[in-house]
Write a protein of this length. Structure first.
Length: 365
């Protein structure tokens, strides 16, 4: 099977079955990638309109809103800091992005220029700040000494220019032909005219990329706001959402901790029961061995052996250790022997009356 396809040049090309199979596989793979990429956003949208009880009871994929509700949005927008957070981040972006692009463009033009006085020392200083910084505490002291503490300017001015983005801008400016700048100089243009009338229109794709870099950086920068801003009304949306997530996480962790304690106690009881059962079986095995030994040795009559076996089994049922069990008569004889030895030696027995000592001596004769 072969068909033809007309190219822009008017030349007809044959398409084989393998070409169709290859295109079909590519389309399927791209559709799967689109599905994997877009489904998380679709899930967030569907979950935001779904009842919370359903989400708790049925964790997992959601393909459509179940129990459509806008209560989540009402609760979100009722947060006192949500609207102020959006307002603050929009102010930061609107003010900082023009400053970022202007400073980056000027720095890139300086780095790309030839025959500039002290270019190498200035380049070294700029590159040095790319790898080393003053640290968090000196930076905080600097912001406070400049009067920027607890102000949105503390989120704008410290990151007004990125060295990495300036190097990207320099690379783009170096790609502009020098003949254009030389012609502009001949026509009487100065550096500002060259930058804004010649350089800037030619590197607009790079400027768009830099705007994206700076915008995403400001949008995700929550740490500076947490150390430079004191009033909650001045916090950007990132810090507000972070506070909400931490609060929800603490609630979930508290509930999970209680469940973990219950589960841990249940697991401990289970393992303790296993240990107790194994110990009881081991003691039962020891008692059985002792009973078998008495039977094979034939020590005593059947009644005596039966009584000893009953004592051992009874001790196991009472939870006592069967090791070292002796008949009560043997215990009495041993105690009596010790008392007789102490009385015959003439030593005093603490706590024993003299009459009792005399009785022991007479009884031992």
């Amino acid at each position: 099977m072969a068909t033809t396809k007309k190219k822009a040049t008017g030349i007809l090309m044959k398409r084989s079955t393998g070409d169709y199979i290859f295109d079909t596989i590519n389309v399927i793979i791209m559709l799967l990638l689109c599905l994997v990429t877009l489904y998380p956003m679709y899930f967030v949208i569907c979950a935001s309109f779904t009842k919370n009880t359903y989400l708790v009871a049925h964790p997992g994929a959601v393909f459509y809103p179940v129990g459509f509700t806008v209560g989540s949005y009402k609760l979100a927008f009722s947060h006192p800091l949500l609207l102020s957070g959006y307002k603050n981040i929009l102010i930061v972006l609107a003010v900082s992005l023009p400053i970022n692009i202007a400073l980056t463009l000027f720095c890139g033009y300086f780095l790309a220029s030839k025959n500039v006085l002290l270019k190498k020392p200035v380049l070294f200083i700029i590159m040095f700040t790319m790898f080393f910084s003053g640290g968090m505490i000196p930076g905080w002291l600097n912001i406070r000494s400049l009067g920027l503490y607890n102000s949105l300017w503390a989120l704008i001015l410290p990151g007004a220019m990125s060295v990495y983005n300036s190097i990207i801008c320099r690379t783009a400016i170096e790609a502009v032909p020098d003949s254009l700048q030389e012609s502009a100089y001949i026509d009487g243009a100065n550096d500002l005219v060259i930058v804004f009338r010649i350089i800037l229109p030619l590197i607009m794709p790079t400027i768009a990329v830099l705007l994206l870099y700076y915008g995403v950086g400001h949008w995700n920068a929550w740490f500076n706001a947490s150390i430079y801003l004191q009033d909650n009304e001045k916090l950007p949306i990132q810090n507000v959402l972070r506070a909400v997530l931490i609060a929800n996480s603490n609630i979930l962790n508290a509930a999970a901790a209680e469940n973990d304690q219950v589960n841990e106690f249940a697991e401990s009881i289970k393992y303790a029961a296993i240990v107790r059962d194994q110990a009881l079986l081991r003691n039962l095995h020891t008692a059985a061995d002792e009973i078998n030994t008495m039977i094979f040795e034939g020590s005593g009559g059947a009644d005596a052996m039966l009584e000893a076996a009953e004592r051992k089994i009874y001790a196991l049922r009472q939870g006592r250790n069967v090791g070292g069990l002796q008949p009560i008569s043997m215990v009495i004889q041993r105690v009596y022997a010790n008392l007789s030895e102490a009385a015959s030696s003439g030593g005093g027995i603490p706590g024993l009356a003299p009459a009792c000592r005399i009785w022991i001596r007479r009884f031992s004769v």
